[in-house]
Structure formats: C-alpha cells, structure tokens
Design a protein around this ligand. Structure first.
Ligand code: B12
Ligand code: SF4
Length: 567
C-alpha cells in the first residue's frame, strides 16, 4: 500500500461488535448511521484537506464502515498493512469510547514505532484519562485542530518534542503528562474547509479504495453530503455537549465562529459537481443574524442550486424567510427539534418557543413548497414523565389532523441515548436539571458499551424517569407513532409491520436478557442470532429520513477522476 504521512481512522462503537451479543436499541434511529455509529466526523475530511494542501499525504479509513459492510473484513489485517508515522483516531462521539481506544491498541501492536493521536469532542473532554492508556501518545483538543495537527506532524517528522503544538496533551520522555494550552480556537475559519470533499476524492483515487471513505452504510445509494455553517453554537440546549456553555467549558470557544455566506455557497456548488444527492446545511443559517442568512439565500438564488437542500431551524421561522428560502432552493426540506409537545418541558430543555409559532412555521413552509418537514421529538428530557412522552404522540396526531395528513410532514421520536453528552449542562450540573449521572469516567463508559442491552449502557436517569422507564416509554412511543403514521398513510403497512416486529421483539429480548442476568454468558451467546436480526432491522424512521433521489445516479468515480485530474 502507498505510504501515507497520516492515516485517519474511524472506529466502530465497540471494536469487536461482530462477536458480541448486544441489543443496541433505537439509539441511532434519527441519524443516517447504524447503531455501530459508522459515520465518521466530517472534521476528518477537513483535516485531510488542510494537510494535503500543506503537502502531506493523508488517508481516511472508515474501519467501522468496512467492518459493518462485510463480516469477513479483517480489521487487524488492514490496520497492520497500513503504513504511516502517525495514526489519528477520532473519539468525537462518546459512543466510540470502546472502539477508539481498542483500535489504538491494535495500531500500536502492529506499528510500535508509529505515534497515535486521538481527537474530537469526547477526546477533548476526557483527554487526561486517555493518556493513561499506553497505546495513546497524544490527544489534540479543540473544535478546530487543522493547524495544530499540521504542527504535530511537523514535530513527529523532525523527531522534535511537540512542546509548542497548541491544544496538545502528551506524555514526555519520563511518561509525565504535558498539557500545552488550549489556545488555538480560531475566530476566522476561512482557511479551513476550503473544499473538504476534494481531499476525500483524492484519497479514493490515490488508494483505489472507495469502500474506506464511504461515510455510512447505504451512502452510495443515498449520497447525502453536508455543509457546515459554523463551529460552536449560540444556543444552550441543556442535554447538548455542543452547546454554547459546553464549547466554553471544555473547548475554550468563547464565541461561535461562522463561515461566510460566500464560502457556504461555494461548498454547495462544489458538491454539485460530483453529486446529485441532497445536501444537508448544518446549523441554522440565521444564527449569525438575518443579514448573512439573506445574503446566502440571495447568492443561491442567483447561482441556482442543483441539489436538494435540507436545512435546520433552531427556532420558528418567519414566512418572509421561508419564501426567500423557497426562491433559492425550490424543493427544500426543513427540520426542527421541539423535543417535546409540552412547552414547559421544552423550556426546561433550553428551548423557548411556543407550539403556535412552530405550527405557523410548518404551515408557512408547506405553503412555500417545502418538500419535506421533519419534526423531531425526544425521550429523556428534564421534567418529562412517561405520561408526557405519550402525550407527545397525541400531539403528533393533532399535527396530522391540522395538516390533513400532509405526506410532507415527517414526525419522529427517539431516545436521548445511549449517552447524555459529557460537557452538557445536564451532565455538568445534574442536580439543577434533575439528572442522575450513572457513568462518570471514560472507562465506565467503555465498559457500559459492552453491556448486553442499551438499558445498561444509558449513562443517566432523570428525576422523572428511571432507565427502565426511559426504555419502556421509548418503545411504547415508537409503537404508537408508527401506528399513527400507518393510519394516516405516511408509511406503508409493510413498513409499519416491520417496525412493530422490531419493537415487540426488542421488548421480549430485553426481558430475556434480564432473566439471563450477568452470570450466564452461554445463554446470552445463544440469543445472538435473534439479537443480531433485530439490530439489523432498519428503523422506518431512517427510510423517512431519506429523500427520493430521482433517476439520476451518482457518477461518483468518474466525477472524482475529473475533479482530481482537472479534466
Ligand atoms: C453535525 C452534527 C452531527 C451530524 C454528523 C455529521 C458528521 N459526519 O460529522 C449528524 C446529524 C449525522 C450527527 C450524528 C450524531 N451526533 Co452529532 N453533532 C453535530 C453537531 C451539530 C455539529 C458538529 C460540527 O459542526 N462539526 C464541525 C466539523 C467540521 O468538525 P468536527 O467533525 O467536529 O471535527 C473537528 C474536531 O472535532 C476535531 N476532531 C474530530 N475528530 C478528530 C480526530 C482527530 C485524530 C483529531 C486530531 C481531531 C479530530 O478536529 C476536527 C477538525 O477541526 C454537533 C453539535 C455542535 N454544536 O458542535 C453534534 C454532536 C457532535 N453530536 C453529538 C451526538 C451525540 C451525535 C450522535 C451520537 C447522536 C445519536 N445518538 O445518534 C450521532 C453519531 C453519528 C455517528 N457517528 O454515526 C454530540 C456529541 C457529544 C459527545 N461528546 O458524544 C454533539 C456534540 C451534540 C449533539 N448532541 O448533537 N451529528
Ligand atoms: S442541540 Fe441546541 S445547543 Fe446543541 S447544537 Fe443544536 S441548537 Fe446548539
């Protein structure tokens, strides 16, 4: 294999997940990835692109994706074949706590001379604990590590101690923890994410390996891409480890930094060169203010947008805004996350808007031609009781009645799982928000991920719901919502049937796992085929999350070649 200067690896949530008996539960129902969380952080493409521009050869390997795609894929063999002086592993999402540390162990075993660096939000939070593992040499903290990683690569290349690399925690010659200041928190990010997909494409062509960069299972069939609008967030949802308070607390970001409307529009245009798939614009474009949002929409309207755009709004939107959006991107999709139907629960979760304003937004968006409107609800919130969750489903019925079963309306509910985000307000001040935190250390989380059911993996309970109630209520709510959607013809009877089977069997398996207890590994092992079958059943929610792609296929490889070669 051609040598790289840096290999960036994405681990599965649990390293040897294919051998374990774990009932995952509906923990990833509301995102495009499977419960193995095979999607790698977009930041990896940004890192790769920045470093390639600086003259380094970077390779991204989605190990989780490869392991999920084939049961015969030998992860260790591939890791041993890869060759680089520095391996980077993301521990961005806490769900990868087990996998990331184990992958580091295998890398060190295969390449004792190479260095291992871990990065991402969870790594930034647990950086000291991470350095206790002998297989980890460096942890790079922060939300923008492009330039610090370049400096680290330079130090590794020249055999220099990385004393001056900002944001870096490391072990010196005596094995002592060295904690360089978390000082690289740029308030201008125009020199990063210049053309992030270009780096990915270059890597595919150079290594003739598309399988290792596919962001998640099913992506080639449904090639959704993302465009980021900021680093940080202006909001303070109490359960979020990427809130304004969380960024201040452990990422040292005092102020959200926004990308310019021109750069966002450039990304959208660049993606249109190789993909016809939908583009998700991440972050409410109104966050930096109405003027930049208007400017972006004006540019898009002038240039014309080839792909379908999906946008999120963090609060209700005016009809003027929605009309401008429709003019810029005629078949746009929109999403909002009120979390609960109950404005009091919503307020306790850190969101302050009324149902009336939200419903008006839905009405205006549908009038403006919105091709799909997703509304996300959640289980596990402050002040939320099991009864309240079921009333949320009743509220969904109200929405379906009000909008006469409009098929463009997509209503979704899922659990806050498997983890309440470390660094979130609720995790940091549990008593204030009514949470009881069950797992505090990185190792606690790693072990919890190996538990046979997601009930034992949850790292929290609330004053209003025990772990068991969170699980039971989630299943109940999903079942009820499924029936409601089937009644209104929003999902096919077949889809509803699969979802019923999935949830009912999962509930039975929960009980079986409980009866077996921890002292009987053989009996648990015997359940594996059934557990795997249920884990593999796709949530109907995911089907709903996808937009029709149209007849045009992604001419990916050809487009890639023409992009890289400039032809
Ligand atoms: C966009 C987003 C998503 C997108 C993912 C897009 C993607 N592929 O990255 C979607 C919607 C799919 C998603 C899913 C999930 N998300 Co999310 N997501 C976000 C969000 C809103 C923005 C992230 C962002 O803008 N990143 C900017 C990009 C460009 O940078 P980056 O990827 O962070 O990478 C930089 C650094 O983190 C670091 N870095 C990252 N990896 C590495 C590796 C190395 C080696 C190094 C050196 C550095 C490094 O350097 C990068 C470049 O500077 C944040 C909240 C927030 N305000 O930040 C939550 C957030 C990151 N998500 C979170 C969670 C919990 C999830 C889910 C687990 C939820 C679930 N149960 O389904 C899933 C996981 C999906 C999976 N892996 O399969 C939590 C994470 C908390 C935690 N500590 O675990 C956050 C903080 C808040 C939240 N609750 O939504 N998410
Ligand atoms: S969940 Fe709330 S705090 Fe977190 S990124 Fe989204 S809007 Fe910001």
């Amino acid at each position: 294999m051609p040598k790289s200067d840096l290999v960036l690896l994405h681990a599965p949530h649990v390293y040897d997940f294919r051998k374990k008996t774990i009932l995952y539960g509906p923990v990833s129902d509301l995102v495009p990835a499977s419960p193995v969380f095979e999607m790698y952080p977009f930041g990896l493409t940004s890192l790769a692109e920045y470093l390639e521009r600086a003259g380094y050869r970077v390779r991204i390997v989605n190990l989780a994706g490869r392991m999920l795609a084939s049961k015969d894929f030998d992860a260790e063999k591939m890791l041993c074949k890869l060759n680089a002086p520095l391996f980077g592993i993301d521990l961005h999402w806490m769900v990868h706590a087990h996998g990331a540390v184990e992958v580091a162990k295998v890398v060190k075993k295969c390449h004792p001379e190479s260095k291992v660096v871990i990065g991402g939000f969870s790594a930034s939070y647990f950086y000291k604990e991470l350095l206790d593992y002998p297989q980890i040499d460096f942890v790079l903290r922060g939300d923008s590590t492009e330039e610090p990683l370049r400096q680290l690569m330079e130090a590794v290349k020249n055999g220099r101690p990385p004393e001056r690399v900002p944001n870096l925690a490391w072990k010196d010659g005596e094995g002592q923890l060295r904690d360089n200041p978390l000082s690289h928190v740029p308030d201008d990010i125009s020199d990063i994410m210049v053309d992030p997909y270009h780096g990915m494409i270059r890597s595919v062509v150079r290594h003739r390996d598309l399988a290792s960069v596919v962001p998640f299972k099913g992506w080639l069939r449904y090639p959704v891409t993302a465009v980021f609008t900021c680093r940080g967030c202006n909001h303070n949802c109490v359960i979020c480890g990427g809130s304004n308070a969380a960024f201040k607390h452990f990422l040292n970001r005092q102020k959200t930094v926004f990308r310019s409307p021109q750069n966002i529009a450039r990304d959208i245009k660049n993606i249109g060169r190789f993909s016809h798939g939908p583009i998700f614009i991440l972050g409410d474009i109104r966050q930096p203010g109405d003027a930049p949002a208007d400017e972006l929409l004006d540019i898009l309207a002038r240039n014309g947008v080839k792909n379908r755009l999906m946008l999120e709004v963090f609060r209700p939107a005016s009809s003027e805004f929605l009309k401008k959006l429709a003019a810029a991107a005629p078949d746009f999709c929109l999403e909002i996350s009120p979390e609960s139907h109950d404005p009091e629960v919503r307020k306790a979760a850190g969101k302050h808007y009324s149902n009336e304003d939200m419903e008006q937004t839905i009405a205006d968006a549908l009038d403006a031609g919105c091709s799909r409107f997703d509304v996300f609800f959640m289980v596990g919130l402050p002040q939320q009781t099991p009864q309240s969750v079921l009333e949320t489903v009743d509220y969904c019925q109200h929405l379906l009645e009000r909008f006469k079963g409009d098929k463009r309306l997509s209503l979704l509910i899922g659990p806050l799982a498997p983890f309440l985000d470390p660094g979130s307000l609720a995790y940091e001040q549990p008593e204030r928000y009514g949470y009881h935190i069950l797992l505090r250390t990185l190792e606690d989380h790693r072990q919890a991920l190996l538990a046979p059911s997601w009930r034992f993996t949850l790292n929290y309970e609330t004053r209003w719901m025990t772990r068991q109630q969170i699980i039971d209520t989630t299943y109940q709510a999903i079942l009820r919502l499924t029936r409601l959607k089937a009644k209104y013809g929003l999902i096919s009877p077949q889809m509803a049937q699969t979802q019923e089977l999935r949830i009912n069997t999962a509930m039975e398996l929960e009980q079986r796992i409980d009866e077996i207890g921890s002292g009987n590994p053989e009996e648990l092992e015997a359940l594996k085929p059934q557990v795997d079958k249920i884990n593999a059943l796709r949530a109907n929610e995911r089907g709903e999350l996808e937009m029709p792609m149209g007849p045009r296929k992604l001419k990916f490889l050809r487009s890639m070649w023409s992009l890289v070669s400039g032809r």
